[in-house]
Design a protein around this ligand. Structure first.
Ligand code: B12
Ligand code: SF4
Length: 513
């Protein structure tokens, strides 16, 4: 059967839709994937020309699947409405992270919504359509009947054995990507020399700003363990397959929420096999509590050149607001370990700010913590986006004072610094300083900002004055917004259009490989 899958992600990796596709292909279906990549200014919708082009590919298909994040949900809605207006015959199934977390929103837009892991459900739908049978009893689906009644079927248990899944679909001859108002065939160069790769699923924690929170609730009692891993052999074979297909690959970006959560025995097996068979640089993520000397040594030795470590909030914010059981000492201990490998390992710390619940002292504490971390490193300052379904969203949406910023923040990207600060208007002076610290950190500066200037700006009297009198903050924010616009509208598009070899070179220079 002919099937079209549409991804609204802004980057054409999307392991979710690619996995759904490979499961359908394994069962003999003919699948095309369309990557509707678009601007990270989420207020922008697709042009009519682009939608018409999409329609041409979809019109002769028997089933359409579409996925979105919360931020790209307006785009998914636009696509579904457009296809329906053009009287497309094929049923449209809305799946992915947003459909999992906000099915009630998605069912207003599509008649069929897939909640949670979609592999088995989509296969059952395809088989039902092929046999001309109804599919309204299939688990994981919400179905809107013609009379408006909504059927909410329960989710089935998670897939325990991830190795039972076929390799992620990278048959790029069946893939299309949006460029210059046209849908053209996917090229190897669209991968930018690296592949985002998840070697497991699930996270045992439940930070209140994160979608995993709700995912864990959804699957309570429906899985042996929410954290599931692919075996080392599965990952290595999959990577070798990709390496054979794409000669321009020079890096694997392992995007598991916390790769360092894997027990040391698994990391050891993975690293030994990776070093022996793959011999290619890779990146991964870790959390301060599970980073250990043994693990980092093995990872660096196997070719790990970059690690992202989540700090997120200052200790008090992590404990009280994010429900993230992590102390500043955990961060400093992990930082000491990774810093030992500074000649071969680039470290990036992730921080979340612009949270209307944080107090001035919390932001000061975060800045002081960053000053204590051994240099050099990178720091990514992310401004809080309230994602529907997260605990923090549920808390803030009830507050009339915050409701507006809760809803509007989902249309912003974490790095839209000035827009976030002006939207939330809390502790503007201090959030501005923290945002000015983003980038590469050395002994004397944080990003473009010298350390002495940070200390000068953080004098208690100055803080007190500028938190009350905001005119200087507004002036600084207008410069910041010019720089943000430059980054989004000029620097990013130029970078994205550069040849793959330039991107590979830049990545190496940036991370000193
Ligand atoms: C890898 C990753 C990235 C990568 C690659 C993204 C990409 N486009 O491929 C990068 C670093 C680029 C990235 C960027 C961003 N990301 Co991101 N990312 C992830 C991460 C860690 C893994 C995603 C993944 O591959 N999962 C594995 C697959 C197998 O799971 P899945 O996608 O959910 O798919 C399953 C089901 O959803 C379903 N399904 C999926 N598609 C479909 C389609 C159909 C038709 C059906 C029926 C079912 C179905 O079946 C799949 C298999 O079971 C997730 C967290 C997570 N653990 O999922 C965050 C996550 C998706 N990202 C998130 C965000 C916010 C972003 C950013 C917007 C951040 C920003 N810059 O502001 C950007 C922009 C992303 C974009 N718009 O493209 C949020 C989304 C929150 C939300 N509620 O929408 C998540 C959930 C993180 C979080 N902690 O909250 N991300
Ligand atoms: S933020 Fe990271 S550690 Fe916390 S629940 Fe989400 S994925 Fe897990």
């Amino acid at each position: 059967m002919k099937i079209v899958l549409i991804s609204t992600a802004t980057y054409p990796s999307d392991q979710g839709i690619r996995t759904v596709s490979s499961v359908l292909k394994k069962a003999g279906h003919e699948v095309k994937i369309i990557f509707m990549v678009y601007s990270e200014d989420y207020t922008k919708l697709y042009h009519k020309k682009e939608l018409n082009r999409l329609y041409k590919i979809c019109k002769s298909t028997q089933m359409i699947g579409i996925s979105s994040y919360a931020s790209t949900a307006p785009r998914a809605k636009q696509v579904i409405n457009f296809l329906e207006k053009r009287n497309i015959k094929a049923p449209i199934i809305y799946g992915g992270v947003h459909a999992t977390i906000s099915p009630a929103d998605c069912i207003k837009v599509a008649n069929t919504v897939c909640v949670g892991e979609g592999e088995d459900a989509i296969l059952e739908i395809a088989n039902a359509i092929e046999k001309n049978k109804p599919f309204d009893k299939i688990k994981n689906l919400w179905i809107k009947k013609q009379n408006g009644k909504i059927i909410k079927n329960p989710v089935r248990p998670t897939i325990d054995n991830l190795d039972s899944l076929p390799f992620v679909d990278y048959d790029i001859q069946d893939h299309y990507v949006l460029e210059n108002h046209d849908l053209r065939k996917f090229k190897e160069a669209d991968l930018d020399g690296q592949i985002f790769f998840l070697t497991g699923r699930g996270c045992p924690y439940g930070c209140t700003y994160c979608s995993n929170n709700l995912f864990n609730e959804l699957y309570k009692g429906k899985c042996k363990s929410i954290v599931r891993w692919h075996s080392a052999d599965y990952i290595i074979n999959c990577i070798l397959d990709l390496k054979k297909r794409f000669k321009s690959l020079n890096c694997f970006d392992i995007r598991d929420d916390t790769f360092s959560l894997r027990p040391i025995s698994q990391i050891k097996e993975f690293c030994e096999k990776y070093k022996q068979k793959v011999k290619m640089r890779f990146k991964c993520l870790g959390d301060p509590k599970t980073v250990s000397e043994d693990k980092i040594k093995l990872l660096v030795d196997a070719g790990c050149t970059d690690i992202i470590i989540g700090i997120q909030g200052a200790e008090n914010v992590n404990k009280q607001i994010y429900k993230r059981r992590q102390t500043n000492q955990n961060v400093l201990d992990a930082a000491k370990i990774v810093n030992k490998y500074k000649d071969n390992l680039t470290v990036m710390y992730d921080v979340i700010t612009c949270n209307p619940y944080e107090k001035p002292q919390d932001i000061i504490d975060m800045i002081r913590l960053l000053q204590k971390i051994p240099k050099p490193y990178y720091v990514s300052i992310n401004n809080l986006v309230f994602f529907p379904g997260s605990g923090l969203y549920d808390r803030a949406i009830k507050d009339p004072k915050l409701k507006d910023s809760v809803i509007k923040s989902a249309q912003l990207n974490y790095w839209d610094r000035s827009k976030h600060i002006l939207l939330k208007k809390e502790n503007m002076y201090l959030v501005l300083i923290l945002n000015l610290m983003r980038g590469s950190v050395t002994k004397t500066r944080f990003g473009p900002t010298p350390n002495f200037l940070i200390n000068f700006l953080l004098k208690p009297k100055r803080i007190k004055y500028h938190l009350k009198n905001q005119s200087m903050t507004y002036i600084a924010l207008s410069f910041m917004s010019i720089s943000d616009i430059f980054r989004e509208r000029i620097a990013k598009p130029i970078y994205r259009s550069t040849p793959i070899n330039f991107k590979k070179w830049y990545d190496k220079i940036r991370y000193k490989v």
